[in-house]
Design a binder for this molecule. Structure first.
Ligand SMILES: *[C@@H]1O[C@H](CO)[C@@H](O)[C@H](O)[C@H]1NC(C)=O
Ligand SMILES: *[C@@H]1O[C@H](CO)[C@@H](O)[C@H](O)[C@H]1NC(C)=O
Ligand SMILES: *[C@@H]1O[C@H](CO)[C@@H](O)[C@H](O)[C@H]1NC(C)=O
Length: 854
């Protein structure tokens, strides 16, 4: 290599000498050239660029129409891409004759040094190989132009591609080099402008492993990588190890690496990946690259196509000893057209300024380093230079930057495939639709989080719903039954209105099952709050109607029995035998139910008014989808009905209901063995109260625990409601239905019910019977007295006889009651009046005794 470089230098110097022989010394325009060739590290692009520049000199000098009468001569030396050496070369060029009209430079660092200094000599500097964005600073480099596009030329292209594929979240991985730092700064400001989020910006000096690992951690999917090719290989190997490749990831690399960069020099650079692994990791990545070769077959200003130029350059390089046929290109081969076009730019600019200077009476030949006028003329000439070169259309921006097309490529099956071109200037993206994604679709720029509402499973809802519907139908049939058979004794004496209220409450409870299952599957989020309210109202009122009706029954029964006991006591005290007429006022029952209902309405109204139930969302930990792509994650959500002070309101409601429940339980227990004829089904009512209480006490706490499992809690609550309602209906109505079926002709007999008004004759008859009964009871009492006296006498006699005491029955209490109840119809006297004789030791024998005695 060293020898080749030296050969190149010697060769070019020889050719320079040859090229400058024929014209006289006066007609030579001298320019200086600084080429990085023999250095270590950095860009040694002079290896290919210097031959290209010499080629251009030949062509320019051969062109008759260009710089007529003048010859362009290049004085070149090697900078090794070292800024210090570059400066030394520059001073040599400037301080040694002949006078130079312009400087060519390559390698960003050298170019920076040269361009910053040369303004002091009024020299225009043209860089053919410097991509540093820092050079686009007109204040610092007022005389700099470059045929090499700035590295930032990739950025508009990157933004365009990001927008094209709908990516709005990227990560950046960069080598800590000045050129990449300024490129990233430019990229960041463009991203900000375009509304693209940069999740992370990782940089590394030489070992990218930590930086790549950090990328993995920040869930980066679209990653822009900026580094030199040696670092790129390390990055790619680390990418393989960190599994940051494949269908979920898109890498943007710089396009100026060799086409097979990821397969070569692996052993030499100690890359711990095999060729296959590198190929795998590289598959599908995108590159952006400023175009340095004219893409079409247009004839350029030199009369060549870019392909002609390639042939000539290859031939020249082969002569220099490069094995072009085996893809052994010298460094800077890609940029060679830039060097070629740089020389043409110089020549064209000189040609242009010569004409103008001639009018001013000046000549380029008279240029000195203090001559600002000629310098300005050269500057404006090159600034306006436009031509079609082998590197494409050559023009300079106001910053002195090359305006260029960028090319987008993708690695498909291990080979770079051109996807399209982008013209930054006119925002013209030419796309060939050749891109291929590993997953078959454009990768996402982030993990897509799908919000999935957890809803009650449909089969469960349908089964619960059908049972509830059946319940509603049953309840309606029972209401009809209740009204249809209202004249029957068995119905009449059971407070049918009360039972109807209970059935209505049951229907409300069944409806609430539907409301409980009406979740996000059926209702829109904005309707859900309404469902919440409806649930609360429906369930509360249903409960109050159903349970309240049962509660008021047992309450009445309890009242009746306590009253009866008091009356017994009164009777006992006064020894006055009278009939105790107990009539259950229906309004008392209704008042009880209405009272409970009113409390309900007040509580619910306050709840809704002050702190209404709202739809709240419980979010569960992310889940992987069961099927489909692994890019998505599922964020399960569950709707809840909650108000701000949910617990307070629930406490109030539960407290109130609990109180009613417990009190109902107490009353049911107290009256468990009491049969009151006015309310013939009180024992069944009691039983259904037990059942409701038990289920409620189980359900309420359990549902609070399993509230997060929508299916379980719905099933639990729905089953509890359904079970309660069906059992209550069964307990209260099955005996009645059986009775009605067994005694289909019972209707006419039932004449009397304390709750139902009756006719006048019946009243009279009833009154008569009462009187009769009273008479009879008086008689009984009188007889009893007599018996007592007689018994006493017998006892006395017996005592006298045997000296012991006999078994004397204690005082008998007689309660006369108006009974129409079942089971006593046999002993009914006069159509519904029966006489119960109950002694404190109420036994059958006592009863028989007194009756037979009667
Ligand atoms: C060079 O300048 C002359 C006039 O001075 C002009 O006629 C000629 O076209 C120019 N050459 C080129 C290649 O532009
Ligand atoms: C440049 O080349 C000349 C010979 O052509 C040589 O004398 C000189 O040392 C070289 N180096 C510099 C830095 O100019
Ligand atoms: C965009 O560029 C292509 C060639 O690269 C050209 O054919 C096309 O006309 C251009 N379109 C616009 C709008 O400039």
């Amino acid at each position: 290599m060293e020898r080749k470089n030296i050969l190149v230098i010697i060769f070019s110097i020889i050719s320079m000498i040859y090229g400058s022989l024929p014209p006289s010394d006066d007609n030579i325009l001298h320019i200086g050239g600084i080429f990085p060739i023999g250095g270590e590290g950095g860009w040694q692009g002079g290896q290919a660029c210097m031959p290209a520049a010499n080629l251009a000199l030949d062509d320019v000098n051969r062109e008759k129409n260009l710089l007529p009468g003048f010859t362009l001569k290049l004085h070149a030396n090697d900078s090794e891409c070292e800024p210090g050496l570059g400066a030394a070369v520059m001073y040599n060029l400037l301080y040694n004759a002949p006078q130079k009209l312009m400087l060519l430079a390559g390698c960003s660092t050298v170019c920076t040094t040269v361009a910053e200094a040369s303004k002091m000599w009024n020299l225009v500097v043209l860089c053919y190989g410097a991509s540093s964005p820092a050079l686009s600073d007109r204040n610092r480099f007022p005389t700099l132009f470059r045929t090499h596009p700035s590295a930032t030329v990739h950025n508009p292209t990157r933004i365009k591609l990001l927008q094209k594929f709908g990516w709005s979240k990227i990560a950046i991985l960069q080598q800590a080099e000045e050129v990449f730092i300024s490129t990233v700064e430019d990229l960041e400001s463009r991203c900000k402008e375009a509304g693209i989020e940069i999740v992370t910006r990782q940089s590394f000096l030489s070992d990218p492993s930590d930086a790549v690992r950090n990328l993995r951690r920040s869930d980066a999917r679209i990653i822009v990588g900026l580094f030199y090719v040696v670092a790129a290989r390390r990055v790619l190997c680390e990418v393989y190890h960190q599994n940051l490749f494949g269908k979920s990831y898109v890498w943007f690399f710089i396009g100026w690496y060799e086409d097979n960069w990821f397969e070569i020099n692996l052993d030499k650079e100690g890359i711990s990946c095999t060729k296959e692994e590198m190929r795998l990791a590289a598959e599908g990545h995108l590159t952006t690259e400023a175009l340095m070769w004219n893409q079409n077959n247009d004839t350029t200003i030199s009369g060549m196509t870019s392909e002609d130029f390639r042939q000539r350059l290859n031939k020249m390089l082969k002569e220099d000893g490069y094995d072009i046929d085996n893809n052994r290109y010298p460094e800077g081969y890609q940029e060679a057209p830039l060097a070629y076009d740089a020389v043409w730019s110089v020549a064209l600019a000189f040609n242009k300024s010569m004409e103008k200077l001639l009018k001013m009476g000046k000549s380029l030949k008279n240029f000195t380093y203090t001559d600002k006028e000629i310098a300005d003329e050269i500057y404006s000439a090159i600034n306006s230079t436009q031509f079609l070169g082998v590197s494409g259309y050559v023009a300079f921006s106001s910053q002195g930057d090359r305006i260029a097309l960028t090319q987008i490529e993708q690695v498909i099956d291990g080979k770079y495939v051109k996807l399209g071109y982008y013209d930054t200037q006119s925002d013209n993206l030419t796309w060939k639709n050749r891109e291929r994604w590993i997953g078959g679709k454009v990768p996402q720029d982030r993990t897509i989080v799908k919000k999935v509402l957890r809803t009650v499973s449909l089969p469960l809802f349908i089964s619960m719903g059908s049972i509830s519907a059946l319940g509603i139908v049953t309840a309606i049939i029972l209401i009809i039954f209740n009204i249809w058979n209202r004249h029957r004794r068995v119905i009449l004496s059971s407070h049918p209105v009360c039972n109807t209220i209970m059935l209505v409450g049951t229907i409300a409870c069944f409806i609430s099952v539907f409301l409980l299952g009406a979740d996000g599957r059926f209702v829109e989020p904005w309707e859900y709050a309404g469902i919440c309210q409806a649930r609360a109202w429906m369930l509360s009122i249903g409960f109050t109607l159903a349970f309240g009706a049962m509660f008021s029954k047992v309450w009445r029964v309890h009242r009746l029995t306590t009253k009866a006991k008091a009356d017994q006591a009164k009777l006992f005290m006064s020894k006055k035998i009278s009939s105790v007429q107990k009539k259950v006022q229906p309004w008392k029952l209704y008042t009880m139910v209405s009272g409970l209902l009113a409390i309900d309405v007040i509580i619910l109204g306050a709840w809704q008014g002050l702190d209404p139930l709202q739809r709240t969302i419980e979010v569960f930990p992310m889940e992987l989808p069961l099927y489909g792509d692994d890019d998505a994650k599922i964020s399960p959500e569950l709707e809840h009905c909650e108000s701000e002070n949910n617990n307070v309101w629930l406490g109030i409601i539960y407290g109130y209901k609990g109180l009613v429940l417990v009190f109902g339980l107490f009353l049911a227990y107290e009256t468990r063995s009491i049969k009151v004829k006015q309310i013939n089904d009180s024992r069944y009512v009691g039983m259904s109260i037990y059942n409701v209480v038990v289920l409620c006490l189980i359900t309420a706490p359990v549902t609070m625990v399993i509230a997060s499992q929508q299916d379980a809690s719905f099933a639990f609550v729905a089953l509890a409601i359904i079970f309660c309602c069906f059992l209550s209906m069964a307990l209260i109505f099955v005996p009645k239905v059986i009775e009605v079926i067994q005694h289909p002709r019972d209707k006419a007999e039932s004449k009397y019910n304390p709750d139902v008004g009756f006719s006048k004759e019946e009243e009279e008859r009833y009154q008569k019977l009462i009187n009769e009964n009273e008479e009879l009871q008086k008689l009984i009492a009188a007889k009893d007295e007599k018996i007592k006296i007689l018994k006493q006498k017998i006892a006395e006699r017996d005592n006298l006889k045997s000296g012991g005491t006999g078994n004397v029955p204690k005082d008998s209490l007689i309660i006369a009651d108006f009974v129409t109840g079942e089971g006593t119809s046999d002993s009914a006297i006069g159509g519904g009046i029966s006489v119960y004789t109950r002694s404190s030791r109420a036994s059958a024998s006592d009863f028989e005794f007194s009756e037979s005695y009667l």
